[in-house]
Every structure is written in C-alpha cells, then in structure tokens.
Design a protein around this ligand. Structure first.
Ligand code: TGC
Ligand code: FAD
Length: 394
C-alpha cells in the first residue's frame, strides 16, 4: 500500500555520493511526507482541495527556498539538498511539490536574485517560514510556450510612486491562496520586467480554475489585473527581458527533474510489491516475464534519472549547469516518470485505477508536469537548437 512505499531504490549505490547532511535532510523530508502526506493525500486529491495545513510542515523540512541563504531566513543548503527535498515531496504528490517549487524557485529565487535589498528583507524570511505564500505569473491565455509575446503591461501612473498594471495570467499554481505574485509584464518600451503584486491591491483578483483531472491537490488559478496600482518599489531593479523569468525556470525545472524521480519510485515500489502479492494462473504475476520486463525497465530508467540529476546537481553547485542541460533532465525525467506510472498502472490491473493505490493520481499529475515549465516538445527543441545551432521554434 502507498503508506509503506518508502524504499530507497538505490540500485547503483548513489547514497555513497551523498553527504551525511544530504541523508539527514532526506530522512527528515521522507519522514514528514510518510507521516503527514501519504496517508491522506488521496482524499485531498479526490476532493480537489489543497491541504493548506501542510504549508507549515513544508517550511519545517526546509522546502521553501532550500538554497536561500540564512541571512534572508532560508535554510542555506546546496542544490543537491534542494533536489532531494523535491524528490521526497513528490513521492507524496506532484501537486505538493508544485507548491514548494513555486515558492522556492519562482518566488523566492527571483526576489533573491533580481530584487532590491529592501525587497529581499521584506519578503524572503516570511516566504521561508510559510507565513507568506507566493505564486508566479508568466503564462497568459494566448501566450504559453512563447511567453515573449505576453500582453500584460504596466504604465507610469503619473503620481511619481506607482505604475498601473493591466492584463491576465492563467494556469497559475498557488494563485487562489497566494499572498503575493511575482508577475512578468511589459513596460512602456515593451521590455519584460518582474514586479511583486500583493493580495488586497485594488483591481487584483485570483479566480480559481476548476475541473482539473490532474494536480487536484494543488490550487490553480488566474491572475487578473484591472488597473492595479503597484508601487514602483515593487519592481525588480536587477533584471530586464525574458531572461528574468527564464532564469527562474532553470531553478524550477531542475527541482522538477529530481522531484519526478520520487513519483516514479512510488509507482515502481507499489508495482513491485503488487507483483509479488497478486496471484494469477497459480503464481505471482511478478514471476511472468512480461511483468519482469516492465519492472526491470522501470528500475533501469529510475537509476539513469538518478545519475543524471546527481551530476546536474554537482554542476549546479559549481554554477556550471547550462539551461540546456537542465532542459534535458526535465524532459527525460518527467517522461520517464510518466511511462513508469502508465506501466505500473497496468501491473495493478483493475486495482490500478482506484485511489487504493497512488498510481493513477501520480499518472494524472504527471500529465501536468510534462506540460508545465516548458512542454516535452519545447524542451526537445531547446536541445535541438543547442546541438544544431538552428532555432526551430518559429
Ligand atoms: P530566446 O530568444 O531563446 O531567449 C530570449 C532571452 O532569454 C534568454 N534565455 C534564457 N535565460 C536564462 N535561462 C534560460 N533557460 C533561457 N532561455 C533563454 C536568452 O539568452 C535571451 O536573452 P537575451 O539577453 O539575448 O535577450 O527566447 P524565445 O522567445 O525564442 O523562447 C524560447 C524559449 C525556450 C524561452 C521558450 O520556448 C520556452 O522556454 N518556453 C516555455 C515556457 C515555459 O516554460 N513556461 C513556464 C511557465 S511557469 C510554469 O509553468 C510554472 S509551473 C510551476 C509548478 O506548479 O511547479
Ligand atoms: P501551448 O503553448 O499552446 O502548446 C500547445 C502544444 O503546442 C504543446 O504540445 C506544445 O509543445 C506545442 N507547441 C507550442 N509551440 C511549439 C513550437 N514552436 N513547435 C512545436 N510545438 C509547439 N504557468 C505559470 O506562469 N505559472 C504557473 O504557476 C503555472 N502553473 C501551471 C500549473 C498547471 C497545472 C498547468 C497545466 C500549467 C501551469 N502553467 C503555469 C502554465 C504552463 O507553463 C503552460 O501550460 C505551458 O508552458 C504550455 O503552454 P500552453 O498550455 O499555452 O500550451
């Protein structure tokens, strides 16, 4: 059963590459997910409800801005620790990992990397403790894969203190409950800038998106800006252009590459267990070659993904990971996890479609993960552009 699915699945002895601190961080995150998340996440997914009471727990395991320095309230950990925490959370549910990814890489990272000292001190400690939650607005109704075309814009309000923000963002994780939004919009010269919009600003609303069959335990919504007066001091001073939001995506995509290994392990673990217990034709289904082929391929792909992310983590710690290397890991690992979820569901037969096992929930969640933060095909085109030098986007 899902609650027991916390095996390490360390086929290549990867633990030997981790420090004692990494292992301690993993044990802490794993224990919290096992105790708090796994037993009830299925109920929240069935009800399509985000479990807000887990926010403080996420903060307690260092899931909010793991690599943000301690002077700004973060845990000050390395990139591998960040990955490990995402992996353990996503063993529980991709939606919960989404909440942590957005808060860490898409809200805290830009405030830390592009913000003023005042912005850092005002927001980062509260975001790290979970007393404040954030969301990230890049995607628009007509601009998903090509965010450069965004329409959301701001103009000088003429009072010397504010800009006036207009436009709309959609598919925004955490939007319905976020206290702040890191929003990307064009200035009067058409240059993309980032600004912090706070809940309560007049003209700013966050309608929830209903009817999702995926990431049901994560809250998704729109951000609507109708002549919102935003203080000029909320604009990030240290970045201009599309490289601002894309720089945040590098961090989030890296976390996803680790995170989905957790979902894959949970599916594999459940399938392995079921294959030993389920008897058909007088023997465990795990004794049939076709089932073994599925399981052997699963652990092979998990192991390859672990090696990819560990190496990427080392490069990231050394500040040498390229956006293209991150794209490759995001694309490969999410696809790996989705294929494993689909095969694991088959191994569970009819039981695989029920909430009794975590498989179908992981599988449906991963359909979002393979789409957000750059679709599977967009990442392929990023690799294609990198190796050929030709841009096939347009
Ligand atoms: P392109 O001409 O390639 O680049 C424009 C400028 O951006 C720079 N750049 C990057 N900088 C940092 N990191 C990266 N990964 C970068 N990629 C590009 C580039 O150097 C250039 O800079 P400069 O100074 O020369 O202006 O841009 P393009 O318009 O051709 O677009 C191509 C590309 C790759 C950006 C686009 O295809 C892409 O990535 N689309 C995917 C969009 C996306 O991922 N959206 C995600 C929205 S957020 C989200 O999904 C959150 S889900 C969260 C959750 O719940 O977990
Ligand atoms: P489109 O861009 O319309 O793509 C549709 C199809 O066309 C895809 O298969 C794509 O690969 C393909 N395609 C597009 N362009 C090309 C091309 N040049 N060549 C070949 N094929 C192409 N966004 C945020 O800003 N913040 C969030 O917090 C956030 N959270 C999300 C949560 C969920 C649950 C989901 C589903 C999405 C979220 N997103 C968020 C949005 C997400 O990033 C976008 O859905 C994604 O970037 C794809 O954009 P799109 O949906 O508009 O698809």
């Amino acid at each position: 059963m899902a609650a027991d699915n916390f095996q390490a699945h360390d086929y290549y002895l990867m633990d030997e590459l981790l420090t004692d601190e990494h292992k301690l961080i993993r044990e802490t995150a794993r224990a919290w997910v096992k105790k708090e998340v796994t037993p009830t996440v299925e109920d929240f997914a069935q009800k399509a409800e985000f479990p807000k009471h887990w926010i403080k727990g996420l903060a307690s395991i260092g899931a909010f801005g793991p690599y943000i320095p301690e002077e700004y309230g973060g845990p000050g950990l390395d990139q591998i620790s960040y990955g490990i925490i995402m992996q353990e959370i996503e063993r529980g549910d991709s939606g919960l990992r989404s909440t942590a990814s957005v808060q860490s890489s898409l809200v805290m990272y830009p405030i830390y990397a592009y913000g003023s000292e005042e912005q850092r001190r005002k927001y980062l400690p509260k975001l790290a403790s979970g007393d404040m939650m954030g969301c990230f607005g890049l995607t628009e109704p007509d601009y998903g894969s090509n965010p450069a075309g965004m329409i959301t814009n701001f103009k000088d309000a003429g009072d010397g203190k504010h800009v006036v923000l207009n436009g709309a963002k959609m598919w925004i994780s955490n939007a319905p409950f976020a206290d702040i939004g890191v929003v990307w919009a064009k200035d009067e010269e058409g240059v993309i800038r980032g600004l912090i919009v706070e809940r309560g600003m007049k003209g700013f609303t966050t309608p929830e998106t209903h009817g999702k069959w995926s990431l049901r335990a994560s809250a998704t919504g729109e951000l609507v800006f109708d002549n919102v007066l935003v203080p000029k001091e909320n604009i990030f001073p240290n970045v201009k252009g599309l490289k601002g939001p894309l720089g945040c995506l590098n961090s989030a995509r890296y976390g996803i590459a680790w995170g989905v290994i957790g979902a894959a392990m949970d599916c594999y673990d459940s399938a392995l267990r079921y294959s030993k217990e389920r008897i058909q034709y007088g023997k465990p289904i795990g004794a049939f070659q076709l089932t073994q082929k599925k399981l052997a391929e699963m652990i092979t792909e998990i192991t390859k993904a672990q090696l990819l992310t560990w190496r990427l983590g080392v490069l990231k710690n050394e500040n040498r990971a390229t956006p293209e290397q991150i794209s490759m890991a995001k694309r490969n690992n999410v696809n790996m996890a989705l294929q494993i979820a689909r095969e694991a569901r088959q191994i569970h037969g009819g039981m695989g479609i029920t909430g009794e096992y975590p498989i179908m929930r992981h599988m449906m969640n991963l359909e979002s993960v393979i789409t957000y933060e750059g679709t599977h095909d967009i990442h392929l085109l990023i690799t294609g552009r990198d190796v050929t030098g030709f841009n096939a986007f347009n």
